[in-house]
Design a protein around this ligand. Structure first.
Ligand code: AMP
Length: 309
């Protein structure tokens, strides 16, 4: 079992109602890898960084079973930089800065040793590059999951539609699903997106959980109600890492197993928001994960007697 993860490895500067960070480690592929490596190894990372990216982070990922052969290091350029500010409700944010830097000339090359991977997670990245990665794989993976965001819908919609037609699962948040489909109802939005390519659509709703759609079926996973949410950055990518990590571990892509996978994604995302950046993901243990999954089971487990019978 192997999983290729593609996306950004970056510096982020984040402002939330609880505080502000200077440049800290972030990036879609960074969060996915920290999370997915709890479930499946190797994680085969594809990304690009500049001369400013700390080698210790790459070493830390390697020690967790993340292969970094596909992470290009550009000596005379800076890493991708993103800055965002969260509103009081922490469910919405404004992007303040997106500096592509090394990403502007990125031409992802899949190492020969990554060929044959069964699972592909296309983390948030330029849609054109996501497509380029699929085209380089000689054997189509068993499952291709795509994450994207409003930024790319605004500047690269045509490229996004092309890659959308090539994937199995699309993961977006509620406002992005509405933006892409021009439908306000999330049920209608998911149905419309399923006509664009993906057979499965996952719509993330921040603290209100996530919905999984496939044909006429819908499944809902809650988010764990937490007393304190410090920083939601990376929660979506962490969710993606838990989702695909579980599917890759079990090698089962049935709808039923995807239900379990979105619960695992939600549980992992609940860790991510407890501290700034990747900090919490780096400290959790297998025991913490199991404990949290038990909490999830208790949160939604109930018996009901039909009042009409
Ligand atoms: P999330 O909060 O899960 O949506 O992901 C936040 C992460 O995505 C941050 O660590 C950013 O570095 C990264 N990011 C922000 N904007 C983009 C973008 N346009 N393309 C790729 N990654 C991005």
């Amino acid at each position: 079992m192997s999983l290729i993860v593609v996306g950004t490895m970056a510096f982020d500067a984040i402002e939330t109602p609880f505080g502000k960070t200077d440049k800290i480690i972030g990036g879609s592929a960074t969060y996915v890898a920290y999370c997915a490596s709890n479930f499946v190894q190797p994680v085969q990372q594809v990304s690009i960084v500049g001369n400013d990216f700390p080698p210790e982070v790459l070493q830390d990922l390697e020690s967790r079973g993340v292969q970094t052969k596909g992470v290009e290091i550009i000596k005379d350029k800076k890493s991708f930089f993103w800055s965002g500010k969260y509103h009081l409700d922490m469910n919405t944010r404004d992007t303040l800065v997106t500096d592509l830097n090394v990403l502007a000339d990125f031409n992802p090359i899949i190492p020969e040793s990554y060929q044959g991977a069964e699972f592909l997670m296309l983390g948030n990245l330029m849609p054109k590059l996501q497509k380029q990665v699929i085209e380089q794989l000689r054997e189509r993976p068993k499952l291709i999951v795509l994450d994207t965001m409003n930024f790319w819908m605004e500047i690269a919609l045509q490229d996004l539609k092309e890659v959308l037609a090539m994937v199995d699962v699309l993961m977006v948040n509620d406002s992005e699903a509405r933006q892409l489909s021009h439908e306000h109802s999330l049920v209608k939005a998911a149905k419309k997106i399923m006509t664009m390519g993906p057979k499965y659509v996952i719509i993330k709703k921040g603290e209100h959980g996530a919905l999984l759609f496939h044909e006429d079926q819908i499944f809902y996973a809650p988010a764990l109600p937490l007393e304190d949410v410090f920083d939601p950055t990376g929660a979506g990518d962490t969710f993606a890492g838990g989702f695909i990590g579980h599917l890759a571990k079990t090698r089962d892509i049935s709808f039923d197993n995807m239900k379990t996978a979105i619960i695992i994604g939600s549980a992992m995302a609940s860790f991510c928001v407890e501290k700034f950046g990747t900090e919490r993901l780096r400290e959790i243990t297998k025991e913490d994960i199991d404990k949290r999954l038990t909490q999830f089971r208790e949160l939604v487990n109930f018996e009901i007697e039909l009042v009409t019978s």
